[in-house]
Ligand binder design. Structure first.
Ligand code: NAD
Ligand code: UGA
Length: 462
């Protein structure tokens, strides 16, 4: 079969895999190949056990794999044979040298650029899918177009806005697709090629085009704004706990203002995930580099409040449980950074587990999808850790439950049975405010939500 367009994606991760599966499903006239340096990951994409859990993804991959979607480790061949190349490699925070702990580590990115240059035998469109510091496209262009051999590369920026847990839905019905390009004849032509691919299923008014730097920057700013809302409501949750206000009532009242809107105003143990923290730090680093210290400080405070919120959760637990956790058994319901994913990157649960172990508590970690990652995250940390998938068995004999991920299954458990099986007094710390707190209290639990007055059976606190 001949295809109208041949597309390659370098990087078969949380973004590369689902994004390319959606393009393949929506564009049967395109042949899509996803390559990666990690053979195990590629093996998993070619198996019945995909490397990531994402609702709807199995079906999507099953419908396209082997037809017009292919996963492979043959990077060199992929570069040679495809005209349109998405780059979706990881861009973690730099852990060494200048900018360590703040700047984006662009080594995987640059390595990919050099591979594209080395193996290309014809002109290509290269698309930044990874999240990158503004002006990265300039570096990409300089590397790619450094040889005078008649091969030309157009670099586009097409950041991805999907959220994990809802990736398939987000890809099918995106709020917007953003495509940044150079405003040259070649740049505009390349941009149109990409617009045409997305127009197969995305309404035209949702496909935005812009200059390339605006596109790169918009991705960092989107994540910063989303994280800022969470830090704003989390900061207010601390005040609510002092002022006997209820953060859910405050966020409802505030969010009903149509200028503010209701989304991303759920108080929590803080945001996690592989991107918010790294992208804000990247933004902060950029601002400092440009000498904009006041702007950098402003955005850095979003991360500081997030750290504060996680530490506050531990301090609240300690305070409620008579200032000692040593020898007490604490059950963690949820380890993933959010529901409907097995991803634990930057999950607040990692910090909370570590801190509980520092306090010499024993922990029992429970999660429907993230136990494998949890084991890796906590490997080598001293202390007593057990992993139990069933949340009822996990809570048995525990002094407290800390609910850390908002999995739906935790809402409807047999709470009287759980209460009976626990050490007394039994505590629930609901880090996501998803449980029926009054019902849990009536059963006998001492209940500590985030940003709401606790419900306890201790006389002096009532
Ligand atoms: P990931 O770590 O899951 O996947 C990246 C993949 O790239 C890995 O499998 C790695 O082996 C591969 N890789 C690295 N160097 C390579 C090379 N030279 N050749 C071939 N493969 C190589 O990362 P991710 O979560 O998919 O994120 C990728 C990018 O997308 C990041 O910049 C991230 O900020 C951005 N992003 C992520 C999300 C998300 O929800 N995870 C959403 C939007 C944007
Ligand atoms: C986020 C953005 O939502 C995506 O648009 C973006 O593409 C992606 O980052 C990225 O660049 O990687 P993601 O991190 O997958 O997506 O998930 P979110 O739904 O944004 O949740 C992030 C964290 O914030 C989670 O820990 C979640 O529990 C927390 N959160 C979210 C809250 O604590 N309160 C809220 O009201 C919303």
């Amino acid at each position: 079969m001949t295809f109208e367009k041949t597309i390659l994606c370098i990087g078969a991760g949380y973004v590369g895999g689902p994004t390319m599966a959606m393009i393949a499903a929506q564009c049967p006239h395109c042949r899509v190949t996803v390559v990666d340096i990690n053979p195990e990951r590629i093996g998993a994409w070619n198996s019945d056990n995909l490397p990531i859990y994402e609702p709807g993804l199995d079906e999507l991959v099953r419908a396209t794999r082997g037809m017009n979607l292919f996963f492979s480790t043959e990077i060199e061949r992929g570069i040679r044979e495809n005209d349109i190349i998405f780059v979706s490699v990881n861009t973690p925070t730099k852990s060494f040298g200048l900018g360590a702990g703040m700047a984006a580590d662009l080594q995987y990115w640059e390595k990919t650029a050099r591979q594209i240059l080395e193996f290309s035998e014809s002109s290509k469109i290269v698309i930044e899918k990874s999240t990158l510091p503004v002006k990265t496209a300039l570096a990409m262009e300089r590397i790619l177009n450094c040889r005078e051999n008649g091969i030309h590369f157009d670099v586009l920026s097409n950041p991805e806005f999907l959220a994990e847990g809802t990736a398939v839905r987000d890809l099918e019905h995106p709020d917007r697709i953003l495509i940044g390009s150079r405003e040259t004849d070649n740049g505009l032509k390349a941009r149109q090629t990409l617009v045409d691919i997305y127009a197969s299923w995305v309404p035209k008014e949702r496909i935005l085009t812009s200059n390339i730097w605006s596109s790169e920057l918009s991705k960092l700013v989107s994540n910063a704004f989303l994280a800022q809302r969470i830090s704003s409501i989390n900061a207010i949750s601390a005040l609510c706990e002092k002022a006997e206000a209820d953060v859910a009532e405050v966020s409802r009242a505030v969010g009903m203002d149509s200028r503010i809107g209701p989304k991303f105003l759920n108080a929590s143990i803080g945001f996690g995930g592989s991107c918010f923290r790294k992208d804000i730090l990247n933004l902060v680093y950029l601002c400092r580099n440009y000498g904009l210290d006041a702007v950098a400080d402003y955005w850095e405070s979003v991360v500081k409040i997030n750290d504060y919120q996680q530490e506050r959760f531990i301090r609240n637990m300690l305070g409620a449980m008579f200032n000692t956790l040593a020898g007490k058994r604490i059950c963690l319901w949820g380890f993933a950074f959010k529901a409907n994913t097995g991803d634990t990157r930057e999950s607040p649960a990692i910090f909370i587990a570590r801190r509980l172990l520092e306090e010499q508590a024993e922990i029992v970690v429970s999660d429907p999808k993230a136990l494998k990652n949890a084991r890796t995250d906590l490997a080598g940390i001293e202390g007593q850790i057990r992993y139990v998938e069933d949340p009822l068995l996990a809570a048995e004999g525990c002094h407290a439950i800390a609910l850390l991920t908002e999995w739906d299954l935790y809402r409807t458990l047999d709470f009287p049975k759980i209460f009976d099986s626990m050490a007394k007094p039994a505590f629930i710390f609901d880090g996501r405010n998803i449980l029926d707190h009054h019902r849990c209290f009536d059963i006998g639990f001492n209940v500590y939500p985030v940003g709401k007055p606790p419900l306890t059976h201790f006389l002096e606190e009532r």
